[in-house]
Design a protein around this ligand. Structure first.
Ligand SMILES: Nc1ncnc2c1ncn2[C@@H]1O[C@H](COP(=O)(O)OP(=O)(O)O)[C@@H](O)[C@H]1O
Ligand SMILES: [Mg+2]
Length: 595
């Protein structure tokens, strides 16, 4: 699922692309970063001064020039430095780590802005769990790299260079000896880091799988209860959890090895310094103060040496995550706005479908829609057909959710591809097959598409959808909350609320995809007769696998296997179409439920 960009080919352009995402943010917050790094620099300089003070104190003892007052002075100086270090440390943490949080926020905002713009084909490809992992784990990795990672890197470089300089100033040869084990350290941490990175990716993938599983389990909780699948689901999740722990432990082995090995090598350095530096001190080549200062510098260098591996990992993780985020940010909606849209036709809303062919996958043998021809004047069009016959797909194409090839769908004889996508969509109220309600009040759910609507308009739409009476029957009426920790609504109630939401938008074209499938026959009758009054001048397209909701349509088309096999009024079809007659009779005899 996730490709590790650092292990795959043509990585440079991708890395460059990914970096281009954060560079503008570094520029935007440059002042904060600059002051932050100045504070960091001050911390490092002061830290490097401390060994000098210690050296001078020890030397004054060795050469018997020390007095209680001068020793106190040295001590006070160290305390003063420590105080200044504490202040500056607070400063850089506040500024740089704050910057990394701002960067995270900006990226997150951009991601959400992109996600809401992307269309159905993208969400068909990417699972919600994967997207959620992007905005939690991956964003966190980028934030870490740009915050603590960057600080540690700069800090390590400055400390190492400065400590090296001071050590070489004391004794160049001793410095060379002390550094002898360092290449081994670098090599070892390099190797371990690579391993660490690979195992970390595996942990990340597993986490994303688990998130997706938990999400889909929770959203299908009713199904799981109905099919008494709690046991198997829990078992499967537990198995994923065990896998996750196993992967994490494999990661921990490497993480655990990194630190002790680095310390071991650092201690080897210390051993060399004690032995060779001690001999130099005995011989009087360097003073005791120099010897102690040298060891303090070596000690100051140990942390940066150990940090190399960790910082490299942070950067690699950050870069991989940044690339993943960038892949999403580079996505574009499949259905695009034309560059120079033609003006929208104004009055008559004749929609024409001409020899429409559609497949989700290019070059599919059997297209999902195959040669659809349809004239849709204002009025009521019914689309009836068995499940899988292509009704939903046709509705989605009419609603401009999936792309349509040129010369197949027209508004007023203008190819829709040449009209502004936003304007076409703004003329259509689309009620998708799966009802979707937000966990908000019923009123807010109905008003969603039309935030300016007042209570009277909301109630009017609810009355049209034959749900008003039931809503005022609830304890809190329109203020009752739906969904999580709220009201449990029946399938039919949910469908009618989504219908009211679409009606409230008051758009010239309304497309209802199987929107009455869970509504009882009487209520269905009421809605259809309400519709008749509301309809004049508008276009209503209703798809249904049952005959009852579309019986009253001006024109009915019968779909089978992605084609329109017949058309006419209810009575025409009842006379002439055997398929239509069969489902009609069947549904009437089973009380209209017909599933
Ligand atoms: N996103 C998709 N990718 C691939 N095939 C799909 C997709 N959505 C629907 N189909 C297929 O298209 C066919 C028609 O489905 P649909 O339009 O939902 O029919 P209906 O609404 O009449 O039940 C079915 O065979 C279905 O499997
Ligand atoms: Mg359908």
């Amino acid at each position: 699922m996730f490709k590790n960009i650092l292990l795959t080919g043509n990585r440079l352009p991708r890395i460059r692309n990914a970096l281009q995402l954060v560079i503008p943010l570094f520029i935007k917050y440059r002042l904060r970063i600059l002051v932050g790094f100045m504070a960091l620099l001050t911390v490092d300089l002061l830290q490097l001064m401390i060994p000098r003070v210690i050296k001078s104190a020890i030397d004054s003892l060795q050469f018997a020039t020390a007095s209680p007052a001068s020793l106190l002075q040295h001590g006070m100086l160290v305390v003063g430095f420590a105080l200044a270090i504490a202040c500056c440390r607070f400063g850089w943490r506040y500024l740089i780590l704050g910057f990394s949080r701002m960067l995270e926020r900006d990226l997150r905002n951009r991601m959400l802005a992109k996600l809401v713009r992307l269309d159905r084909p993208f969400f068909n490809r990417r699972s919600t769990g994967e997207i959620m992992a992007l905005s939690s784990n991956d964003l966190a990795a980028v934030q870490m790299a740009c915050g603590i990672g960057l600080v540690s890197c700069v800090d390590a470089i400055m400390m190492t260079t400065a400590a090296l300089f001071f050590m070489a100033y004391i004794h160049p040869q001793l410095t060379m000896i002390a550094l002898a084990p360092m290449p081994i350290l670098a090599l070892l941490t390099g190797l371990l880091t690579k391993l660490l990175h690979r195992r970390f990716s595996r942990v990340q993938e597993q986490f994303s799988r688990m998130t997706e599983f938990a999400r889909s389990t929770l959203s299908a909780i009713r199904l799981i209860k109905a099919y008494t699948q709690e046991g198997p689901q829990t078992g499967y999740f537990a198995k994923m959890g065990r896998e996750y722990v196993k992967n994490n432990l494999r990661l921990a082995v490497v993480q655990g090895a990194l630190f002790p090995f680095s310390t071991l090598i650092a201690n080897a350095s210390l051993l060399l310094v004690i032995y060779f530096g001690g001999r130099l001190t005995i011989a009087g080549t360097i003073s005791i103060g120099d010897f102690v200062a040298f060891m303090t510098y070596l000690f100051l260098m140990t942390w940066p040496m150990m940090a190399i591996g960790w910082v490299t990992t942070l950067f690699q993780r950050g870069l991989t995550s940044l690339d993943r985020i960038n892949q999403v940010l580079m996505e574009e909606p499949v259905v695009q706005e034309p560059l120079a849209p033609l003006p929208m036709p104004l009055t008559n809303r004749r929609i024409s479908v001409r020899n429409l062919i559609f497949s989700h996958v290019a070059q599919q043998h059997e297209p999902i829609l195959d040669g659809i021809n349809l004239e849709i004047p204002p009025g009521f069009l019914g689309i009836v057909g068995k499940t899988g016959s292509g009704k939903t797909t046709l509705c989605q194409l009419l609603a401009r959710i999936y792309p349509v090839a040129g010369n197949q769908l027209f508004w007023e004889d203008i190819d829709v591809n040449r009209l502004s996508l936003a304007e076409v969509r703004a003329r259509i109220a689309y009620v998708p097959q799966d009802t979707l309600l937000f966990s908000d009040t019923i009123g807010a759910n109905i008003g969603f598409g039309n935030p300016d609507a007042d209570q009277a308009e909301i109630e009017q739409a609810a009355s049209l959808a034959a749900i008003h009476d039931e809503i005022i029957g609830f304890e809190k009426g329109y203020q009752a909350r739906v969904g999580e920790r709220g009201l449990l609504l029946s399938g039919g109630q949910r469908q009618r609320i989504t219908l009211a939401r679409a009606l409230l938008m008051d758009r010239p074209v309304i497309i209802i995809d199987d929107g009455l499938s869970a509504v009882d026959t009487d209520t269905e009758h009421r809605i259809i007769s309400n519709f008749k009054e509301w309809l004049p001048g508008r276009t209503c397209i209703m798809a249904s696998h049952r005959v009852a909701p579309i019986m009253a349509a001006d024109q009915i088309v019968v779909m089978e296997g992605g084609r329109i096999t017949d058309r006419g009024s209810h009575h025409d079809l009842l006379d002439s179409n055997r398929f239509y007659k069969t489902i009609y009779n069947h549904q009437m005899s089973t009380g209209g439920a017909g599933n």
